[in-house]
Design a protein around this ligand. Structure first.
Ligand SMILES: [Ca+2]
Ligand SMILES: [Ca+2]
Ligand SMILES: [Ca+2]
Length: 190
């Protein structure tokens, strides 16, 4: 076999093997476009507001009493797309004498100065028609997370806050007042 013929055969064989390796077989492929991974949302609205919220509780002229009056109703809404759990917290309590009346001054002769009205204010909390906290002292639940319950995506729930001044509060509490903040919180369901 001549050298040229041998070379031609080798080249032909290589060409055949290459065709075998890359030659067309039946195949089929499908594609799905525009796939997406996006985070959901959790967005609490309180009376349709975002913070800083307006004042929710303004109770004036309270007197010692044995029961709660009408509640203060607050609307909590989860405007997001994820289910959540709602919490409430009373915090930043500041008590002040707000002047000392004459009967209060007289009482001080036996009680000494008394300026702790938050420990005489009773609190009841309702959420979606159920009582979640009852007869708690405002001072006693300061900075405490009150677990309200579920607030699902797009759900609106009514929160009811009741307050009254303990019937055992004597003259040493006349005119006394306290300020406090209320934190409303929504956390995602784990
Ligand atoms: Ca919000
Ligand atoms: Ca006072
Ligand atoms: Ca006082």
């Amino acid at each position: 076999m001549g050298q040229i013929l041998k070379s031609t055969l080798i080249i032909s064989l290589v060409a055949l093997l290459t065709w075998e390796a890359t030659g067309a077989f039946f195949s089929d492929a499908e594609e799905s476009g525009a796939n997406v991974f996006a985070a959901g949302t959790l967005d609490l609205k309180v009376d349709n507001e975002d913070g800083p919220l307006s004042v929710k509780v303004t109770l004036q002229g309270l007197r010692p009493s044995s029961g709660y009056g009408d509640p203060i109703e607050i609307e909590m809404r989860n405007a997001g797309s994820l289910d959540g759990k709602a919490y409430l917290k009373f915090k930043d309590i500041v008590e002040e004498e707000n002047g000392i009346t004459e009967p209060e001054q007289d009482a001080y002769e036996t009680t000494g100065v008394v300026n702790d009205i938050a420990s005489k204010i009773l609190v009841k909390v309702g959420y979606k028609g159920s009582v979640v906290e009852n007869n708690a002292l405002l001072a006693g639940i300061e900075n405490y997370d009150i677990d309200l319950g579920d607030l699902d995506a797009a759900e609106t729930a009514t929160l009811e806050l009741y307050f009254h001044l303990d019937k055992n509060a004597g003259n040493e509490y006349q005119s006394d007042r306290c300020y406090f903040s209320i934190e409303f919180r929504l956390e995602q369901q784990s």
